[in-house]
Design a protein around this ligand. Sequence first.
Ligand SMILES: Nc1nc2c(c(=O)[nH]1)N[C@H]1C(S)=C(S)[C@@H](COP(=O)(O)OP(=O)(O)OC[C@H]3O[C@@H](n4cnc5c(=O)[nH]c(N)nc54)[C@H](O)[C@@H]3O)O[C@H]1N2
Ligand SMILES: Nc1nc2c(c(=O)[nH]1)N[C@H]1C(S)=C(S)[C@@H](COP(=O)(O)OP(=O)(O)OC[C@H]3O[C@@H](n4cnc5c(=O)[nH]c(N)nc54)[C@H](O)[C@@H]3O)O[C@H]1N2
Ligand code: SF4
Ligand SMILES: [Mo]
Length: 708
Amino acid sequence: MTRQWEKRIGVCNLCEAICGVELTIEGREVTGVRGNPADPLSRGHICPKGVAIADVYADPDRLRRPVRRVGEGADAAWQEIGWDEAFDLVADNLARVINEHGDDALGVYLGNPNAHSLGSMTHGTAMFKSFRTRNRYSATSVDQLPHQLVAHLMFGHQLFLPVPDIDRTSWFLVIGANPMASNGSLMTVPDFPQRVRDLHTRGGRMVVLDPRRTETAKVADEHHFVRPGTDAWVLLAMLHVLTTESTPAVAAYVDGLATVVDLVADFTPERAEAMSGLPAEEVRRLARELLTADAGVVYSRIGVSAGPWGTVCQWAVNCLNILSGNLDRAGGAMFTSPAIDAVGTGLIGRGHHGAWRSRVRGLPETAGELPVSALREEIETPGEGQVRALLTVAGNPVLSTPDGARLDGALRGLDFMAAVDIYVNETTRHADVILPPTTALERDHYDLVFHLLAVRDTARFTPAVFEKEADQRHDWQIFRELTLRTAARLSRKAPLKKRLVQRARLTASPTFLVGQLLRRGSSGVTLAKLRARPSGIDLGPLRGGQLPGRLPAKGKRIDLAPALVVQDVARLAAVEAPEPDGLLLIGRRHKQDCNSWMHNSERLTRGRPRHQLLMNPADLAERAIADGSRVRVTSRVGSVEVEAAASDDLMPGVVSLPHGYGHARDGVLMSRSREVPGVSINDLTDPELLDVSGNAALNGVPVSVTAI
Ligand SMILES: Nc1nc2c(c(=O)[nH]1)N[C@H]1C(S)=C(S)[C@@H](COP(=O)(O)OP(=O)(O)OC[C@H]3O[C@@H](n4cnc5c(=O)[nH]c(N)nc54)[C@H](O)[C@@H]3O)O[C@H]1N2
Ligand SMILES: Nc1nc2c(c(=O)[nH]1)N[C@H]1C(S)=C(S)[C@@H](COP(=O)(O)OP(=O)(O)OC[C@H]3O[C@@H](n4cnc5c(=O)[nH]c(N)nc54)[C@H](O)[C@@H]3O)O[C@H]1N2
Ligand code: SF4
Ligand SMILES: [Mo]
């Protein structure tokens, strides 16, 4: 018998690069995945994880029907139940807790894959809004919160984020990011390796500042070590050089230049050298190169935003791009013009900060969310407003947020927990009920988030590759049921009119909403046109000269000196010297890892282990630790045992662990993940170490390392 096969266009949603893929399908099986060369953004690029989307689809450990937990910990068993029963069970319990203890007694946590699901953007957002809790948390506060806060304060909208125009720049400074492994973040840049080769062919240069000589550093023209947590001094010193060696002129719509000049007056390159280890002369040269480049751009990401001074750093990055004349022009830091402008249309709110504070520690909210570093104490501390029920959606905070081990324990104390997730993971194993949605290949997709952050304007609608089974539910259907069934059980009722509008909105499918949103834009792209060209429509390179017209701020102005940043620079100025000797822990990402959740894929986990603590040979020798031997790593909050591996790529005094490892907790998880060696870096990271925004300082954590 000849095998029947066909090709279908799909999309990989595992990271921000949103690569187009071409799948070979035989019946209900994916037998091949390759990059789609006709995709105008990804141009055929694919990485090892892209191929593994087939593994998620086929994984026998993946949940396809709702399950209810019976028993606890190692003794837990999971019983499949029907959807109706599962929805009622969750709605009954959420409503019970809210009716008895108030809105804030329900905590919610949103994980990273929410940003990669259309249904979550259209319907999940509505559900979270309908729960009026202040105990809302997400992966944002272990990630890009400083970027959003700074964009809100400077430009007037949390997601009006400038993107490096990598395809036209001639000078690219990359700080605390490793796009060769991560494929870019807040910079949707599929095929980063080719774009760097093109940069070099044009005669351009890339410079990397990172405490580890990363894969990106290795393809750069220059790499310099910086001591973790000290980038702020380097960036402010670059501003110091710009403002003392030149007289920057800014556009008429930019306020606050004099304040910036004042703020950076004492941040000399010599001080930057003392703090960071980067020689003063290099700091000067980098600032001068940015100023004189044909087109230059500074870009920084999670090594900096998830550090102790994330907000000051992201502010300084914007100031450098603005003061060097590189904002909103080709080759600089530019704004996208997406076919659906989630910012301009108000689909995503502008943001706010400090409208309320967390109950126990008084940490500020941003855009309606509290820092996830406060979640554990809000569950454990009794009193009014205590979190008694938790709903997690596509997240794994036990592995991904600071002091995960203690959060793990706190989850056991909840009255009720539900999760919308496709796996039993280290967090969802505590849920009473797990509701599994369809996966990427089974649902329609239009990217509402990452077109907004891409290095080129394109639009693409990808219909589901596989029809869902009758007894599966899409995430938007789950959000609709949970919203409506919980609301029906609440003693506080919204006005009838509001309820009817909500019901109508939740009943429209995400695809229908995409069609409507496209019509509101001015790109001329329609759903019909997109359906006719499933590889995507090219809208061209990023457009310059859009300011001040596109500025979301009232009055269409840029504020270079927001009060919150000015105050935090004063706090920075008061720091006199680097922390005394000791080791500083940083994180890392690998090409084949996907945060905490792809370790059930055979093809991503075979081969040489990569979970080790990387350490400079001199630091190993000083402690009489042999390469490859087991060590104990200890921080203020915890201690782990792991193999150490010598690496010249680490700056002396710095050690590195990847995040998303350490699956063996009680041994109750997916079959293959359980066998993957390694520990969780977040059993060492500290919920007390925060940036002013409330973002966790996951990088630069003081640790000691001893031989076992
Ligand atoms: N120390 C340290 N910690 C870090 C980081 C770091 O660099 N260092 N990085 C941080 C960053 S940037 C992030 S984004 C966070 C990520 O942290 P989280 O978002 O909390 O965790 P993920 O590992 O992304 O887990 C995603 C979960 O979603 C599930 N899932 C996958 N697809 C779907 C879907 O389509 N629908 C649903 N409902 N569920 C799905 C998976 O099964 C998995 O359980 O980790 C952060 N933690
Ligand atoms: N393969 C893969 N790709 C991914 C992910 C994944 O898990 N795996 N996750 C996705 C997600 S959710 C995100 S948010 C993005 C993140 O994308 P990136 O920001 O590119 O993430 P990382 O690769 O962790 O790079 C952070 C870099 O910062 C460095 N660093 C640490 N501390 C400091 C410091 O104090 N100063 C400086 N200058 N550098 C420092 C680290 O050594 C590391 O090289 O990646 C996305 N892409
Ligand atoms: S770079 Fe890899 S993981 Fe990211 S979207 Fe492309 S194929 Fe998927
Ligand atoms: Mo992230």
